[in-house]
Design a protein around this ligand. Structure first.
Ligand SMILES: Cc1cc2nc3c(=O)[nH]c(=O)nc-3n(C[C@H](O)[C@H](O)[C@H](O)COP(=O)(O)O)c2cc1C
Length: 229
């Protein structure tokens, strides 16, 4: 199995350690590629829409975004690990995912995404993790991934991994390893009902665009080429 892990902080702290516990369970026999933010994609989407209107390879940040996107396309399991910042996803993670909006189902979805699995690993000092997880889960859903698992921890004892009690670290380790072990079984992913519905709605949208457009958009051409409309 090929795994790509994107960590939303360069700090070698709690996120880093929990992500490593997850990956360590899967190192044997699997190929793992890792990226760290903001180092590996220190850009905000500038809104030029080159990706939507021309080609994502012509994005001014393509030298970084396409590197990560190619790794994601190549992987079977995508891992997103990040701390909760101000109750939400850290900006660097959102900034990366904004660059992939062109591959949302409403635009030019990649059919390879339908069979991938994804894991979202988060932690906070005390805030609920749900809102921060939802930001990334929404992107992954629209990219076409049906199998998304989330695990979140409220540290409660501080923000320094080395200063957490053994009991806390052990509890985090046990839960993280249990989740990782799920991926040692090579099960197949089936498109969820939600994804079938979203795809159908997008199909209708593109059929309508095809009828109304004078010049076919890049999205319309893509849907035609794939035989979806
Ligand atoms: C800018 C910033 C904002 C944060 N916001 C919150 C927050 O709203 N709620 C919370 O419980 N923890 C918050 N934290 C703590 C982080 O979620 C995390 O627990 C901490 O940074 C330790 O993780 P790390 O070692 O991976 O950096 C914040 C940390 C930073 C640096």
């Amino acid at each position: 199995m090929k795994i790509v892990a994107i960590t939303g902080t360069e700090v070698k702290g709690c996120t880093y350690n929990i992500k490593n516990i997850f990956l360590d369970t899967l190192r044997e026999g699997n190929e793992i590629k890792e990226f760290y933010l903001p180092k590996d994609c220190p850009h905000f989407c500038c809104g030029c829409k080159t990706c939507f209107n021309i080609d994502e390879n012509k994005c001014p940040h393509a030298m970084d975004t396409m590197n990560i996107w190619s790794a994601m396309m190549d992987a079977d399991l995508l891992v997103f690990a990040y701390p909760v910042y101000c109750m939400r996803t850290p900006g660097q993670m959102k900034a990366l995912l904004d660059h992939f909006g062109v591959h949302f189902m409403a635009h030019r979805p990649k059919k390879e995404m339908f069979s991938k699995k994804a894991v979202i690993i988060t932690q906070s000092i005390g805030a609920p993790n749900n809102a921060a997880q939802k930001d990334v889960a929404t992107s992954l859903t629209w990219l076409g991934i049906s199998d998304i698992r989330k695990i979140g921890f409220m540290l409660m004892e501080g923000a320094n991994w080395d200063q957490l009690s053994d009991k806390k670290r052990q509890s985090i380790t046990n839960k993280t390893v249990t989740l990782a072990k799920r991926y040692t079984q090579n099960y197949k992913v089936h498109k969820s009902i939600k994804h079938h519905i979203l795809f159908k709605v997008c199909t209708l949208m593109h059929k309508s665009a095809l009828k109304n457009e004078v010049n076919q958009s890049v999205d319309t051409k893509y849907w035609l080429e794939n035989g979806w409309i």
